[in-house]
Design a binder for this molecule. Sequence first.
Ligand code: ATP
Length: 310
Amino acid sequence: MIELRSVEKRYGSVMALRGLDLTVPEGSVFGLIGPNGAGKTTAMLILSSLLARDGGSVQVAGADPQRDPKTVRRHLGYMPDFFGFYESLNAYEYLEFFAAVQGVPPARRRGVVLDLLALVDLSHKADADVNTLSRGMKQRLSLARALIHDPQLLVLDEPASGLDPRARVQLRELIAELHRMGKTILISSHILSELEGICTHMGVIDEGVVKAQGDMEAIRGAFTGSRRVRVRLADGDVDRALDLLGAHPEVAEASVERQRLDFVLAGDDDTSAGLLSELVGAGLTVYEWRVEAAGLEELFLQLTQEEEAE
Ligand code: ATP
């Protein structure tokens, strides 16, 4: 649905995108995650036909947004990371205005607007001044605006920023609903936990390049090399376990607290099983042996800090 190849963008002396590659499959909820200034907004503006690129190629719904912005805009709804001021418009009028701008025929406008207000759970606020809505409500109204021409692709720039936990849950439910309706959704955030759980795919962007991307399984799989193991042992067995495990190069960062021993394992399931049977074979009593895949948070930190370390 979206394909960016070696895309470059420069703002004066700032190189915002340095050969960005991104593939968003049709029907996916694709999370674009990266720290502030990584280039998320720039990439989204370019693919939405709202900003010209300096190099590379872009295809969105089969068209190049720079050469054929009309086609791209017909298929795409963009929700910016800010909400403009529209004094003296209520929620209904706000959507009706954008329905007119988008060319929804007058006879259909009322129905479209009422349906959208219902979809984003704002029917009860139809008559409320836009400026009196809470931030969460404004975000949902903004999403309704992006949906006004029933696009198959939604591009949402940091839609959850500044929302309280309840508003976040509502937004997640809404995104899940749009996904069920068959929309392809590209959504950005600099907070990983906002995206975890709702995305089918993810891309990690940092300093103008995508460091990793793919479906969630592939993203997690790329990092199964490093896992955390939590072990609970009988009293008195912890020190011996530490000695035995410490002799293996795959074991790092071992720490002990009472009967518990934690360490980072660089290895697969077989390595883990081998270590466990060694402890049991040495006569130690192992109550619990829990292997946790590296969390996405860890993955994100690893990817976005690599460059600093270099
Ligand atoms: P954030 O999460 O803070 O919104 P982002 O990942 O969306 O960040 P961009 O807004 O795309 O990042 O910015 C990428 C880089 O380009 C940053 O270094 C930013 O300072 C710079 N930049 C963005 N817009 C402009 C502009 N209009 N003029 C100059 N520099 C800009």
